[in-house]
Design a protein around this ligand. Structure first.
Ligand SMILES: Cc1cc2nc3c(=O)[nH]c(=O)nc-3n(C[C@H](O)[C@H](O)[C@H](O)COP(=O)(O)O)c2cc1C
Length: 140
């Protein structure tokens, strides 16, 4: 996720980290498969959902990988925990082949606040500079 402070136009990255670490290989795959099949398992605990000086930022870019056509569900806990009132929120994703689809709109519904605009999809393996170039082109 990237956030921007209006008066300096400076941005910083903030990572959505889960309490439960990513498991290796087939363990990870069986866990995520179970979560995919049973929506009630998708309430993933985050290390923290609060961003220091949250009120200082006017634009929030929320980036996530696509899982089965939607945003990786650890992001749900972040958007439901925060108040985006008065902020522009721009979702972006990485995926192997899927489009961003309805993933941004679903997150906006979950959040219930914020002015959610635009969205962008990057291919798997996209690096920070690809995202940074896109953000710069937006000219916000
Ligand atoms: C559980 C899981 C589900 C995924 N579902 C999709 C999908 O539906 N469509 C798709 O294009 N990619 C899917 N992917 C691929 C990820 O979106 C891709 O690996 C992710 O964007 C990260 O890419 P990178 O780490 O290689 O940059 C899935 C990956 C995982 C782990």
């Amino acid at each position: 996720m990237m956030i921007r402070a209006p008066w300096t136009c400076s941005s910083r990255w903030w990572r959505i980290a889960t309490v439960r670490p990513k498991a290796a290989g087939t363990d990870e795959s069986s866990r995520v498969n179970a979560e995919h099949e049973d929506e009630s398992l998708r309430d993933i605990e985050l290390v923290s959902a609060s961003v220091d000086n949250w009120d200082d930022y006017d634009v929030v870019f929320i980036g996530y990988p696509i899982w089965w056509g939607i945003a990786a569900w650890p992001v749900n806990a972040f958007v439901t925990a925060n108040d985006f009132t008065g902020k522009t929120v721009i979702p972006f994703c990485t995926s192997s082949s899927s489009s961003i689809g309805d993933s941004g709109a679903l997150l906006a519904d979950m959040a219930g606040t914020g002015d959610w605009l635009g969205e962008e999809r990057f291919p798997s393996g996209a690096d920070e500079s690809a995202v940074g170039d896109w953000v710069a082109e937006l000219g916000l």
